[in-house]
Write a protein that binds this ligand. Structure first.
Ligand code: C2E
Ligand code: MG
Ligand code: MG
Ligand code: MG
Length: 284
C-alpha cells in the first residue's frame, strides 16, 4: 500500500483512488461522463476591494457533484485530471460557464470580472487561445472581463513556454494573475518580463501573518513588490476581520477568503452580492 501511494505521486486524490480498484480504473471514464451528465458545478468565491475601488471580482472554482460520492472537492480530482490531460476539457467547461455568467442579465451592472484557473497542461495547449476566443464570441463577452490564474509553480515548470503562452493570452486581451505566489520559487527576472496584472499571495502566508512575524514580513514585502512592479495584489485565505484590516492598512488591493465568503454556487453568490449592495447603500 505504501509503495502504491508513492507511485501515485501526490496523494491528494487518494480518497477516490482508494475507494476500490475498479473505480480507480474507471475514474477517467467517469470524469469524461461528468461533463456529459452535467455533474460539474461552478462555484464562485468573491475577491473584494480593500481600497475603495469599484467593481467586484470572483474566482471560478470547480466542484464535482458525484452521484454516489457527493460533492467532491477539486483537490481530489484535479491532480488526476492534470496527469491524464482531462484538465484541458475541464478548463474549457469552467471558462464557458464563466462566460455564460458574464452574459447573464443577473450580473449586469455589477462590474463583475471572473478569474478562471489554468493548469500546466493548458499552458502547453497550442489551441488554447483560439478555443477561449471562440467561446467569447459565442457568448458575446469581452476578454477584459476575465482573469486567468496560473500558479507560480506551473509557470516555473517551463518558464519559456509559459512566457510565450502568457504573451499570447495577454495579446488576446485576457488579464493574467500569478496564483499561490510565494510557493513556487519564481525568479524576479521572469516576474518582471511576464505580462501579468495581478499577484495572489498564497494563503499559507496570509493565514500565518497574525501570529508569525516571518509570514507578516513576506506578506508586506509581496505587497510592496507587486506595487513596485505596477501589479494589483490579492491576499487569499483571509479568515478573520483582524487580518482583513491589517491587509487594508498594508495597502493590499483585494481580499479573498472565508471571512468574506466561502466558495458558493451561482445563486448563493447572487444573494451574497444583493445583500452586500443593500448594506453598502444603507450604510449598514
Ligand atoms: P486556488 O486557485 O489557490 O484556490 C483557492 C483555494 O483556497 C480554494 O480551494 C478555496 O476554497 C480555498 N480558500 C479560499 N479562502 C480560504 C480561506 O479563507 N481559508 C482556507 N483554508 N481556504 C480558503 P478549492 O476550491 O478547494 O480549490 C483548491 C485548488 O484547486 C485551487 O486553488 C486550484 O488550484 C484548484 N482548482 C479549483 N478549481 C479549479 C479549476 O476549475 N481548474 C483548475 N485548473 N484548478 C482548479
Ligand atoms: Mg486560483
Ligand atoms: Mg490561489
Ligand atoms: Mg492556493
Amino acid at each position: 500500500y505504501a509503495a502504491k501511494r508513492k507511485l501515485n505521486g501526490p496523494q491528494l486524490y487518494d480518497p477516490i483512488m482508494d475507494s476500490s480498484s475498479a473505480q480507480t480504473l474507471s475514474l477517467l471514464t467517469e470524469l469524461r461522463r461528468a461533463i456529459e451528465r452535467n455533474e460539474l458545478r461552478l462555484y464562485l468565491q468573491p475577491k473584494v476591494p480593500l481600497q475603495g475601488k469599484p467593481g467586484l471580482a470572483v474566482e471560478a472554482l470547480v466542484r464535482w457533484q458525484h452521484p454516489q460520492r457527493g460533492l467532491v472537492p477539486p483537490m481530489d480530482f484535479i491532480p488526476f485530471a492534470e496527469q491524464t490531460g482531462f484538465v484541458r476539457q475541464l478548463t474549457l467547461w469552467m471558462f464557458e460557464e464563466s462566460a455564460r455568467l458574464l452574459a447573464d442579465p443577473r450580473t449586469q451592472g455589477m462590474g463583475l470580472r471572473i478569474s478562471v484557473n489554468l493548469s500546466t497542461r493548458d499552458l502547453l495547449d497550442p489551441e488554447l487561445c483560439e478555443r477561449l476566443q471562440a467561446m467569447l464570441v459565442r457568448h458575446g463577452v469581452l476578454p477584459q472581463g476575465f482573469c486567468l490564474e496560473i500558479t507560480e509553480s506551473a509557470i516555473m515548470d517551463d518558464p519559456q513556454r509559459a512566457e510565450a503562452m502568457l504573451n499570447r493570452l495577454s495579446q488576446h486581451g485576457f488579464k493574467l494573475s500569478i496564483d499561490d505566489f510565494g510557493t513556487g520559487y519564481s525568479s524576479l527576472g521572469y516576474l518582471k518580463r511576464l505580462p501579468v496584472d495581478e499577484l495572489k499571495i498564497d494563503k499559507s502566508f496570509v493565514m500565518g501573518m497574525e501570529h508569525d512575524h516571518d509570514d507578516e514580513m513576506i506578506v508586506r514585502s509581496t505587497i510592496d513588490l507587486a506595487h513596485n512592479l505596477g501589479l494589483t495584489v490579492v491576499a487569499e485565505g483571509v479568515e478573520n476581520a483582524a487580518i482583513l484590516e491589517r491587509l487594508r492598512a498594508l495597502s493590499c488591493d483585494e481580499a479573498q477568503g472565508y471571512h468574506v465568503s466561502r466558495p458558493v454556487p451561482v445563486d448563493a453568490f447572487l444573494s451574497w452580492h444583493a445583500q452586500r449592495a443593500w448594506a453598502q447603500e444603507t450604510g449598514r
